[in-house]
Design a binder for this molecule. Structure first.
Ligand SMILES: Cc1cc2nc3c(=O)[nH]c(=O)nc-3n(C[C@H](O)[C@H](O)[C@H](O)COP(=O)(O)O)c2cc1C
Length: 309
């Protein structure tokens, strides 16, 4: 590695994946077209995670599905709407140089195997398995709360690919470190923490729940300290690269996640108000911070907080 290379300062390693900088798009945010991924890459993003894809297309829930709560926090229950494996593999077939991780969602290990068999010949950097969506039945967190299901699903993906697998965990009924441990023992290489948190909001004029699905997931500013705590605990106790996610809206948040133990950081809800340029701004400011602190590479920050008991 050439420490004098100006691109070296922000580059990070996630298992076998080398990223030019630690910023990533969180799953389910923005569109799922190759053209938007290319625009993000032009704005200096490190890597893109797609919307969670299922075997068959899913329609999702009726509106309203996304509610701003103020203070940079959101409540959503989109319902994992996506075009399904066949249409999405066509969409990505032209991909050559964008570092794309495909997010997978399903209700059985068979469904996960089927998807990986189709996707694995595409030019992608790996998979993120969504075992943490908190508001769709028989998928996401319902499986993430069952260690046996986690074990079966991760093994099913592992035997069908040599590419890195990240398991996306959330705050369910199982301790997040235990969930991550089961995933790693089953063959996951990376852990992404965290997804949205199961939440609800009620309109006092209509006296009705605001989401059509009643229950949704809380994201944005309000969940950042929970994300930081999960990243800290997982990365301190387990030997695994962790991708931090939850409430990131600035370069300072990226640094905070890395000091907690994240090797890379995903950005989601803030894109609803910031526009894509946020990635260019954040990467520029990360570089300034690294230089100001006299670091050779931003990875030197990973897990500095672990020394505090
Ligand atoms: C509208 C919306 C849709 C989402 N869809 C997905 C999804 O398909 N798969 C998934 O794993 N996470 C999904 N998420 C969760 C985000 O990827 C992320 O984990 C969460 O929003 C926390 O990050 P943030 O606070 O930066 O938004 C979604 C979040 C939002 C707000």
């Amino acid at each position: 590695m050439n420490f004098n290379d100006k691109n070296y300062k922000l580059s990070v390693q996630l298992d076998k994946i080398h990223l030019r900088n630690p910023t990533m798009l969180a799953s389910g945010i923005l569109g799922i077209s190759q053209s938007i991924f290319e625009r993000l890459y032009d704005e200096n993003i490190g890597a893109v995670v797609t919307k969670s894809i299922s075997v068959n297309p899913m329609k999702g829930y009726p509106n309203p599905t996304i509610i701003p709560l103020g203070g940079g926090s959101y409540l959503n229950a989109v319902g994992l709407s996506n075009p399904g494996v066949a249409a999405f593999s066509k969409e990505l077939s032209e991909n050559r140089n964008i570092p794309i991780m495909i997010s997978l969602v399903g209700s059985s290990e068979k469904e996960f195997s089927k998807m990986v068999k189709v996707f694995d010949s595409l030019k992608i950097i790996g998979y993120e398995i969504n075992l943490s969506c908190p508001h769709v039945s028989k998928m996401g967190m319902e499986l993430g709360d069952d260690p046996e299901a986690v074990n079966k699903i991760v093994r099913a993906v592992r035997i069908n690919t040599n590419k890195p697998i990240s398991v996306k965990v959330g705050v369910g009924s199982i301790d997040v470190v235990e969930l991550a441990r089961v995933a790693i023992e089953a063959g996951a290489n990376i852990i992404t923490a965290i997804n949205t948190l199961r939440a609800m909001s009620i309109d006092i004029e209509t006296m009705m729940p605001v989401l059509s699905n009643l229950i949704g997931g809380l994201s944005g500013n309000a969940i950042k300290p929970i994300g930081i705590r999960c990243v800290y605990e997982i990365s301190k106790k387990l030997q695994v690269p962790v991708i931090g996610c939850g409430g990131v809206s600035s370069w300072q948040d990226v640094i905070e996640y890395m000091i907690a133990g994240a090797s890379a950081v995903q950005i989601g809800s803030i894109l609803g108000s910031s526009g894509l340029k946020i990635f260019t701004h954040i990467t520029k400011d990360l570089k300034k911070y690294v230089e100001k602190k006299g670091l050779r590479n931003i990875s030197e920050l990973i897990g500095i907080a672990h020394k505090y008991q």
